[in-house]
Design a protein around this ligand. Sequence first.
Ligand SMILES: [Cu+2]
Length: 385
Amino acid sequence: MTSLLVIIVLVLLAVALWQLTKIFDLTQVGSSSDSSEVATDNDNNIQGYLMFGFLAFIYIFTIYGLFKWGNLVLHTPASAHGAEVDNLMNITWVLIFTVQAITQVLVHYFAFKYRGKQGQKALYFADNNKLEAIWSIIPAVVLAGLILYGLYAWTNIMFVDEDEDTVVIELYAQQFNWKARYSGADNVLGKANVRYIEGANAVGVDLSDPYAQDDVVVTELHIPVGKKILFKMRSQDVLHSAYMPHFRAQMNCVPGMVTQFAFEPIYTTAQYRELPFMVEKVANINALRAKKSAELVAKGETALDPYTFDYLLLCNKICGASHYNMQMKIIVDTPEDYKAWLKDKATVVNEVKAALAEPAATDAAVGSDSAAVKGDKGVAVTAMK
Ligand SMILES: [Cu+2]
């Protein structure tokens, strides 16, 4: 509401200023001897020097931005292929900045040099093949190089060796949360379809599929360090995008199809927290939080918890009202911790059985006449085995 009012006030201010300039123009009619609308040499000189003013502004703002916000970019990549993505990104940045720095100087300098002068006419210049060849071939070669390198990097990153020992995990996107399904001891995900979603079977696993018997569904993603993880992505409703920035990984989740992305995490969560840049970053965040907490406590409110770093899986497609908060914590464990964590997780099949058994048990406890209901559920459980 406040922002709407601010916008209305700004628009009204702009209209008022516009009207004021019109009134000012009207008051000037007939008062000046020079009412010509043709620019004088003085006007042209002012415009010419303003070109340098604008050039200085964009350079100063760029340099200021780099110093002020440069530390907010993602730091050390946490996956094996991450360095390659960063390299491609850095090359692109260097190219963009170099070309931008040179062309902006040229554009503004020539705008100044050839500013209007009384009595000077523009030279008619049809074309120059040599010049056109230079400014077409150089960008074409540079861009082709960049694209070829990009394609090479992409193919490398997306390649998954079928024979390689990978951990297969499904990421399931729903408005507005993520679930992860582990493929169990057989390392094969059971079939799944949105039509099977019911009760405890939140991601629609086909419970009759032999491969689905050991599948486990969780809401916190654990992955082992130093092992390639093959993610299979599905979406229940709309387009989502599985984005794991620290691992330089992103892939769309499309309803009706399975997409995939594989990477190898190279730092456990504990190791990544200890990296000097992260220690510094977390200390900065906590210094800000401590300041804010002091203000809150002074007002009689609860203080903020200190921040600890965790890898995150985020949604990177605007998928609805709560898109901003669609995230899941990722924990990179040592292989031993990972095994220990996964060991005692209930399978989907068992969870569904337990959920079905629960109401029946409650019914029995209250002594209600629910034999028919219990019978139905009993059939359902048997059929599932
Ligand atoms: Cu989403």
